[in-house]
Design a protein around this ligand. Sequence first.
Ligand code: MSP
Length: 509
Amino acid sequence: MSSADAFYVTTPIYYVNDVPHIGHAYTTLACDAIARFARLDGRRVRFLTGTDEHGQKVEKAAAVAGMAPQLFTDQVSQRFRELAERMQITHDDFIRTTEARHKAGVQALWRELVRRDQIYLGTYAGWYSVRDESFYAESELVDGVAPTGAPVEWVEEPSYFFRLSTWQEPLLRFYDEHPGFILPASRRNEVIRFVAGGLQDLSVSRTSFRWGIPVPDDPEHVIYVWLDALTNYMTALGYPDVDQLNFRTFWPADVHVVGKDILRFHAVYWPAFLLAAGLAPPRRVFAHGWWTHEGQKISKSLGNVIDPVQLIDDYGLDQTRYFLLREVPFGNDGDFSRGAMVKRMNRDLANDYGNLVQRVLSLIQRNCAGRLPSPVAFTDEDDRLLGAGKALLDRVRTEMAAQALSRALEAIFELVGAANRYVDAQAPWALRKTDPARMATVLYVLAETIRRLALLTQAFLPEASARILDQLAVPADARTLEHYQADAARLLPGTPLPSPTGVFPRFSE
Ligand code: MSP
């Protein structure tokens, strides 16, 4: 059992057949926001990402590049590492399935499954899609191709099978007993329907190519790439050494975040393998949607691939994070366009959040000699805004507990809106001559509201939030959510503030 305050979040491990694109960046950024929030909220976090390097798809890509698979995967994996760095991802570990620690763990899981009579030798005769690295039943094909549109080929070869069919009832029971295992709920229903429709034993080894982890005691076979890949979530914690501190602390994972296309592997095969090996399944699999580009499927052949590095160069890292995480409810599909991105950045970040911070900090600079003002008595309006600020934390916590990233941001930006309306209504600039004590109170209420907003936005807009907190002179050790509601952590009147500088640029539409 993992410890109560521990939190383990994972991205899928990315195929190294191609360079990273917006889809990969999206999953990783979402997990990063989830991990950052959990850390801010006092959890002991482990955040894992990495690369999926075996299988026919990668072997073929290496052959096309005219390179030995290991050399090829070394290079492409490096690109994913660099992207994570460029996105300032806060992962604790980066696993590659070609590493010795991983191979040993996968072989150990295999042996455990054999020991428990969950694997037997037979012959596979059926369809396989290299692009999806997936077996398909005849009945699943649509006009001769996979339901995903990927081409399939007929495969007939000796193969080991996993007794998936015997796990149908236990899986259905497991979904029933763990209603939060698959999110969003609509996806959960899809998975349950699929499992209820009947499960066939799953081919878990291949003999027609070499690029994989050999089956223990039968090296003619390599282990099916999905059994290999899924196990990364445990090998990165030291599996098979289940007594290792990391394994004991962080398994079972709190959430595997995956795209909707790979939900079946994570929500059906993976818990079945784990239950069959006597191990605890993860607590949750969250399936997010897919991005299209101006209404079109993103694909290399259409030439409409979005390079995340280009977006970050053009608009900034926080802006890219914000747009992707705010624009669509996490779980839904989304459509990307630069126009929509610019609109959203200008409206939410520059006009609303940025302008609030800028207005308040420059009024304090000009009218309060650059020091945090001292409030006197609070009015009802003051209490209302402060109260809304205080209450926001629980709402954001609730949304984040369900990985509802866009809803968390929506709630945060509702407070930005309320604070902007309060500035307009209180017009502190007009109070300087008439009622300086009231002006000081209004500016204090606003500064305190901005402090709370910035504490929360750290998970989503890390760079900008740090700059806002710097400008409010919030000490580095007072930036966790423990300091959100505590009276002792409130801004200290009289504290000198640095001169304000703009945080969010405006882009031309
Ligand atoms: N290697 C497997 C995962 C193994 S996990 C044990 C894999 N890799 S992948 O590189 O093809 O895809 C990784 C992730 O990128 C998936 O979650 C997928 O949904 C996501 N995306 C790929 N294209 C995408 C979009 N256009 N939009 C959003 N996410 C998409 O699958």
